[in-house]
Design a protein around this ligand. Structure first.
Ligand SMILES: Cc1cc2nc3c(=O)[nH]c(=O)nc-3n(C[C@H](O)[C@H](O)[C@H](O)COP(=O)(O)OP(=O)(O)OC[C@H]3O[C@@H](n4cnc5c(N)ncnc54)[C@H](O)[C@@H]3O)c2cc1C
Length: 567
């Protein structure tokens, strides 16, 4: 009888599944990726609701500029092209301030804008964000945070000896005090940033990029999220899906087999070891059982992996309960896309938003911290549709087409996405369809608010509006559990070797040869190629793969020791 047999079977062809397939295939293993949807890429998707107009229903910016994967997988050979933006970010307040914060490729615009608004040169942390972006070893700081596997539990490290704090101390000795390790990002902003709208912007930026800025002990993961986007300051030409294509082409060029319309229904476990998978009956692939000689890698979320795919009889009840308890209460995003003829002309922007340095992402309104706290309360505490006043509706208004003319035909612009933080459907106190019931009102209020900040955003200018709620995201993409871009909450108890639970912190599982590679593992959401890069260290430790000389590990990687005691 014909048997499908590979060294490694990867479940899910999203960003993390495709990337680990590319790494393993390049290392010489036979690899098969099984993807439920008709196309790989997961959250790295672009759609064309009108021919020629590309919108981003999920991921929009490249945060992964510091990833070793670009070099190691040589993605430029497979079509990856980056567009660098002259300005990444701006903020607008209700009372008429518009600040252009610039970005890595044009720092002057941010410095000038802040100076003109506050009367002083950016100092301290403001300078860190605006002037030093991309300099002074920030790549090292980001790599120590995101591209380093969690340390084995046998090492008993003080928080200040965690990789990122070591790098931080070397990089920014002037900022370092012992107090930082217990601080939240908001504590840090309160201490080091005096201009309130910038504090508000940075808080939103951290929240929209990862760890919530109010979590104690999560200062660097929050700061790191915001720095990731500033470090890249751009996006792939054509949108995030072209990045996915480059990764998939790389995997295929090295011999990986990619099978779509192939939903996995079960991980086959024999004698405590994962040995293959069974496809769902509806999968269009004729062979329903696919064997894995070396490893099965689950690149779908931790809940699906253990609550659906691994038969319960192989798992301890207390472990299963811990997986059930993993909190998906990260941020879910209400996503609007607006096709218009003119870009928003924000009030107060006379000097700072010309088209050649138009900020790609504008936070508005970002008057003061009350706006931030109000929206956080809606999403995390009240857990229901926001009230429709400006304090509840701060948006991240993104546009790419001023820098990437492949996004829409000439004569038009696309504000895509416009993000708005809302609770994940599963936690909505009015039921999972709560936000969907209010989507028209939220859209109308958001557009009305946009018009109040940018008077040209009126009927004649707006050609079309599309929207995608978290519930819609979940329907579109089986990986977006809770419509949540981060996979799981990004607090101290679900970060680094605690993510998603301590037993799974290093991508290994209670089932031999079954590994995790999804954004529910460290370091979490975003298309960083970080989960697969970190997992490679573990697969090398376990002698599953032996990459050639193109591979280099993280300089902060700490392997388990034979004696069980770290050196
Ligand atoms: C609104 C929104 C905005 C975002 N913005 C950004 C951004 O700007 N930049 C950024 O980098 N990231 C962003 N993200 C996050 C990013 O999209 C995710 O972190 C990333 O896609 C996670 O990749 P993944 O491979 O872990 O999971 P996914 O991308 O969800 O991939 C999982 C894959 O597994 C498949 N699958 C599920 N179940 C099965 C099964 N049983 N059998 C086979 N296949 C299965 C799914 O179809 C999917 O393709 C955003 C996400 C959202 C929702």
């Amino acid at each position: 009888m014909h048997e499908e047999r590979f060294d490694v079977v990867v479940i899910g062809g999203g960003h993390n599944g495709s990337t680990i397939a590319a790494y393993l295939a390049k290392s010489g293993l036979s690899v098969c990726v099984l993807e439920e949807r008709p196309e790989c890429g997961g959250g790295q998707e672009n759609t064309e609701p009108r021919p020629g107009f590309r919108i981003d229903p999920h991921a929009t910016y490249l945060y992964g500029g510091a990833a070793p994967g670009f070099e190691q997988l040589e993605l430029w050979k497979y079509g990856f092209r980056m567009v660098y933006y002259q300005s990444m970010a701006g903020l607008v307040t209700q009372d008429g301030i518009a600040a252009n914060l610039g970005g890595r490729w044009n720092k002057e615009v941010g410095v000038d804008s802040i100076k003109s608004l506050t009367g002083t040169d950016p100092q301290g942390a403001e300078a860190l964000f605006l002037q030093n972006l991309g300099d002074n070893g920030q790549r090292d700081l980001l790599r120590s945070l995101f591209w380093t596997p969690p340390v084995p539990s046998e090492y008993e490290l003080e928080p200040k000896d965690l990789p990122w704090w070591k790098v931080f101390r070397d990089l920014l000795p002037g900022f370092w005090t012992d107090r930082l390790v217990d601080m939240s990002f908001i504590d840090f902003l309160d201490e080091f940033i005096s201009w309130e709208p910038l504090r508000c912007f940075e808080s939103f930026a951290a929240w929209y990029c990862g760890a919530h800025p109010a979590w104690d002990g999560m200062l660097l993961p929050s700061l790191g999220g915001a720095l990731l986007v500033g470090y890249s300051s751009g996006s792939p030409r054509g949108g995030m899906h072209t990045y996915a294509h480059a990764i998939i082409r790389c995997a295929m060029a090295h011999g990986a087999r990619i099978i779509t319309n192939a939903s996995v229904g079960e991980i086959i476990v024999q004698n405590g070891r994962a040995v293959g998978v069974k496809l769902d009956d509806l999968a269009s692939y004729p062979e329903k059982t696919i064997w894995a000689d070396k490893a099965v890698i689950s690149a779908v979320d931790v809940k699906q992996t253990f609550l659906k795919l691994v038969p319960r009889s192989h798992l301890d009840a207390s472990f299963t309960q811990k997986v059930k308890d993993v909190s998906l209460k990260g941020g879910s995003l209400f996503v609007l896309s607006v096709i218009c003829r003119e870009l928003p002309k924000y009030h107060g922007n006379k000097d700072y938003f010309p088209e050649e340095v138009y900020p790609s992402c504008v936070a508005a309104p970002a008057d003061n911290m009350e706006f931030f706290y109000t929206q956080t309360r809606d999403a995390y505490s009240h857990k229901k549709a926001p009230e429709l006043t400006p304090e509840h509706l701060t948006m991240m208004i993104c546009t790419h087409d001023v820098y990437d003319n492949t996004r829409c035909p000439e004569g038009y612009h696309i504000l895509s996405p416009i993000y708005l933080e809302v609770p994940p459907p599963q936690y909505d106190v009015t039921g999972p369809e709560g936000i969907n019931r209010h989507k028209e009102e939220i859209t109308d209020a958001a557009l009305k608010l946009l018009k109040s900040l940018a008077p040209n955003m009126d009927g004649a200018n707006i050609v079309d509006v599309y929207l995608n709620t978290p519930y819609d995201s979940e329907f579109r993409n089986a990986g977006m559990s809770g419509g949540n871009w981060y996979g799981a909450r990004q607090s101290e108890d679900q970060w680094f070797n605690m993510r998603p639970v301590a037993e799974l912190g290093r991508y290994k599982t209670p089932i031999d040869s079954l590994y995790l590679c999804n954004h529910t593992s460290h370091p979490g959401g975003l298309c960083l190629m970080a989960v697969p890069y970190n997992l490679m260290h573990i697969l090398i430790e376990d002698e599953i793969v032996e990459p050639k000389s193109w591979w280099y590990p993280s300089p902060w990687y700490m392997p388990p020791t034979k004696t069980g005691v770290g050196s």
